[in-house]
Design a binder for this molecule. Structure first.
Ligand code: HSE
Length: 405
């Protein structure tokens, strides 16, 4: 018997209880021992619910109970989660978390603490919801030098972009739907401004390349500037617009960024729609591998959390090694990285094209039926710096979106 405590009975916490209640028998068989929830910490009471008698309001009841071997932190936010997780590890309890803010900020330190104490700190649910991606990076792709990770890592924004593209729906209305479905963060700015994707690619990059990547160092743009008209051009170009988070190792330097991209039908992430996430990894031996599945939501996320609980239960007294050290990795400067840019410009081709070409070099013009007050162009591959310099020479740029090969 392994007794566990859950910190937080919100969307994910209640999902963890539901998964353990629904699949308890098979989960116990796979763990090789019975997993029992002894406490659920929450500020509220839940009269009439199955957890009613397990609810406690004082975290020290959990921390001071030697029977508790695994603490599941599903509260979200850095504090008080960080304090509670440190206390749990100090008190000899392994920790499972879905909290990407916590993992991105303090993951390396918490992994080191767990290792020293022969405990585990596992966080499969922090990236990609229900998709196994942390474990593959940590355990299945260990024969490879990872060269690239590119992913759609935020379910809320993918849901919004898919609905806007397919149904022409307004941004705010779709965001509200994503919130109702339990995909969005408490403050949805974290989703739509790209911060959530940024933390997730920081976690994957730190794990893949072995040293601490500070998410504050990653260039990050969200989807708030994407409008209905961008989708009209994207359709004309047979492209989808996706919020991509990527990191690439080039000549021993890691370059990372988060931004909306136009991707063509042949791109492996083109058909990753709705709340689904997709993560494409390249290793120098294995080549390309893709991970695909539900990136947010109560039960998929809870499924990943419970998987980690099982792993902790199977490894009581043994630390599962991970490569992520506390040494900080300096990221490469993306201003020299090259790509094509899609640029929308106010006015007409006859008035403006010469000016646009003078700023960006050769371009392909994109026109959409019914749009007459503006036009769009696609540049050749130019650097971020060249784009910035060119854009200062033109009045009337409405939007620009990078294009991924
Ligand atoms: N808000 C996050 C998302 C939840 O939409 O992907 C899962 O991390």
């Amino acid at each position: 018997m392994v007794k566990i405590a859950i910190l937080g009975y919100g969307t994910v916490g209640s999902g963890v209880v539901e998964v353990l209640e629904t699949n308890g028998a098979s989960i116990n068989k796979r763990a090789g021992k019975n997993i029992e929830i002894k406490y659920v910490l929450d500020l509220k009471d839940f009269p009439g619910e199955s957890v009613e008698k397990l609810i406690v309001h004082d975290v020290d009841i959990i921390m001071n109970d030697p029977e508790i071997k695994i603490v599941v932190e599903v509260m979200g936010g850095v504090e008080p989660a960080f304090t509670f997780v440190k206390k749990a590890l100090e008190n000899g309890k392994s920790v499972v978390t879905s909290n990407k803010e916590l993992v991105a900020k303090h993951g390396a330190q918490l992994l080191a603490m767990a290792k020293e104490k022969k405990l585990n700190f596992l966080f499969e649910a922090s990236v990609g919801g229900g998709i196994p991606i942390i474990r593959p990076l940590n355990q299945s792709l260990t024969a490879d030098e990872i060269t690239q990770i590119t992913g759609i890592l935020n379910g809320t924004t993918n849901y919004i972009l898919t609905k806007m593209a397919r149904e022409g729906l307004e941004f705010d209305a779709v965001l509200k739907e994503a919130q109702e479905k339990g995909y969005a963060e408490r403050n949805p700015d974290a989703d739509i401004k790209g911060f959530d994707s940024c933390r997730k690619i920081a976690i994957l990059t730190s794990l893949a390349f072995g040293s601490q990547v500070d998410y504050e160092d990653i260039y990050t743009e969200g989807i708030t500037n994407i409008t209905d008209r961008d989708f009209k051009y994207a359709e004309k170009m047979n492209c989808a617009i996706k919020l991509l988070a990527s990191s690439k190792m080039i000549d021993d330097v890691v370059y990372a960024m988060v931004a909306p991209f136009m991707i063509s039908e042949s791109h492996p992430l083109y058909s990753v729609n709705d709340v689904l996430n997709g993560i494409y990894i390249n290793g120098n031996v294995i080549g390309d591998v893709m991970f695909f599945g539900a990136g947010a939501g109560k039960l998929p996320t809870a499924s990943a959390v419970v998987t980690d609980v099982v792993d902790c239960a199977k490894h009581l007294g043994t630390n599962i090694m991970s490569l992520w050290s506390t040494n900080k990795r300096e990221l490469g400067d993306i201003s020299n990285s090259k790509k094509k840019f899609f640029i929308r410009v106010e006015g007409t081709v006859s008035d403006k094209l010469a000016e646009v070409k003078a700023a960006f070099g050769d371009v392909e013009v994109i026109l959409v039926d019914g749009i007459t007050d503006e036009f769009a162009v696609v540049t050749e591959e130019i650097s971020e710096k060249a784009y910035e310099q060119g854009s200062k020479k033109i009045v009337g740029i409405i939007n620009r979106i990078r294009i991924e090969k």
